[in-house]
Design a protein around this ligand. Sequence first.
Ligand SMILES: CC(C)(COP(=O)(O)OP(=O)(O)OC[C@H]1O[C@@H](n2cnc3c(N)ncnc32)[C@H](O)[C@@H]1OP(=O)(O)O)[C@@H](O)C(=O)NCCC(=O)NCCS
Length: 339
Amino acid sequence: MLTPSSPSFCASSIIGTGSYMPEKVLTNEDLSKIVDTSDEWITTRTGIKERRIAADDQATSDLASEAARRAMTAAGVTAEEIDLIVIATVTPDMFFPSTACIVQRKIGATNAVCFDISAACSGFLYALQIARHFLNAGTRATALVIGAEKLSTLVNWQDRNTCVLFGDGAGAVVIRRAEETDVEAPGRVLSTVMGSDGNLVDLLKVPGGGSACPITPENALSRPNTIHMEGRETFKHAVTRMCQASEQALEMAGLSKEDIAMVIPHQANARIITAIAERLGLPPEKTFMNVDHYGNTSAATIPVALDEAHRQGAIKRGDIVLLVAFGGGFTWASSVLRW
Ligand SMILES: CC(C)(COP(=O)(O)OP(=O)(O)OC[C@H]1O[C@@H](n2cnc3c(N)ncnc32)[C@H](O)[C@@H]1OP(=O)(O)O)[C@@H](O)C(=O)NCCC(=O)NCCS
């Protein structure tokens, strides 16, 4: 196994971040006019105050392309230099071709190999690890890793249990193979752990619209192609798995909780984030949160939050940053970065 100290290990680093959030804001007050809910209920149970909703003519690839352009600008790389695009999404523009291929055309990344991956809210960290393997193997040099979602298309706007939770958006990073000797390169990914438990597929899913349950005139009214979730069970698993993954990623990087300058967790619910911070013994100022503005944007939450944390100066060069995610599957993952 290659470790960071192996002679043939080739480090990879995040050299630029970017994000794009659609303009339209949907507040809790707006939602209370659609379903039987209130700003007070949503705020106390989730911490969410508002979310962004993409325009009708904006597809996931449009959000992803804008985030990608911003990440490439920040990284100082041209579209031609990108030789790999991996997009994590559960709301692709269409079944095929991949959203990554559509983004390739939109941004002009003519030299890239492109594909999507599906790991729900853990998707960005899964995609980051996949891209790192390509870079570490030496077959690719500069990758765009994107988390992008138009979840508003999967939401049942008549179901108050779920419609208050989700939003649209996209975040992207450019990662580049670094020289083996360049161990102090900023944005370096020090470790990643990933896990899955397919026994729990039924707790969080979109059951219809795929090959198991195609949409038919008979079933369309029951809306099988929308998000179905056992909220309480999901909550418990999310806290447990994200804490475990964080500890494992830290251990793999040879670091401890005291080394963390900032944890950037998947933004699903402020109570989940607070519970993780408490279990890891981290104060609120070391826990990045923007779920109040955007809700849960699935694969986009971590790259969007990473980009915002960087641009706001909440994380600085050299900081140890812990990323941790959890999503449908169930899936989970954590990465430690030296920013
Ligand atoms: C969804 C979630 C916010 C619900 O909070 P909760 O405290 O578990 O609430 P419950 O599901 O037990 O529901 C409590 C009551 O509120 C009601 N309720 C649900 N949504 C509501 C809403 N938007 N407004 C008002 N009431 C609502 C329920 O109907 C229930 O009423 P009842 O007791 O009369 O049956 C919470 O379980 C959660 O965040 N789960 C994890 C979700 C998540 O993060 N998913 C993505 C993971 S990647």
